[in-house]
Design a binder for this molecule. Structure first.
Ligand SMILES: [Zn+2]
Length: 71
C-alpha cells in the first residue's frame, strides 16, 4: 500500500517504481514537474484523474497544492 501525497488516502500502487508510474500517467513535462514539486510522489487514481482534468482547465490551480498546514 502507498499513501497518496495529496489526499493521504492509502491506495494500491501497482507499479515497480515511481519512474514506471510516471510513464504510465502520460503527463506532460509541465504537469510532471508540478506534480513532483508539490506532491513529491505518486497520487491515487482519483487524485491523478482530478489533477489531469483540472490542470489546464484553470492554468495551475493553487487549490491543487498541498496546504501549508499539512506540510
Ligand atoms: Zn489521492
Amino acid at each position: 500500500m502507498m499513501k497518496c501525497t495529496r489526499c493521504e488516502k492509502e491506495f494500491t500502487f501497482k507499479f515497480l517504481n515511481v519512474q514506471q508510474w510516471l510513464k504510465e500517467t502520460k503527463l506532460d513535462s509541465e504537469q510532471l514537474s508540478f506534480l513532483l514539486y508539490h506532491y513529491g510522489g505518486p497520487l491515487c487514481d482519483e487524485c491523478l484523474a482530478d489533477f489531469k482534468s483540472s490542470f489546464y482547465a484553470s492554468g495551475v490551480n493553487p487549490a491543487m497544492a498541498v496546504p501549508k498546514s499539512r506540510q
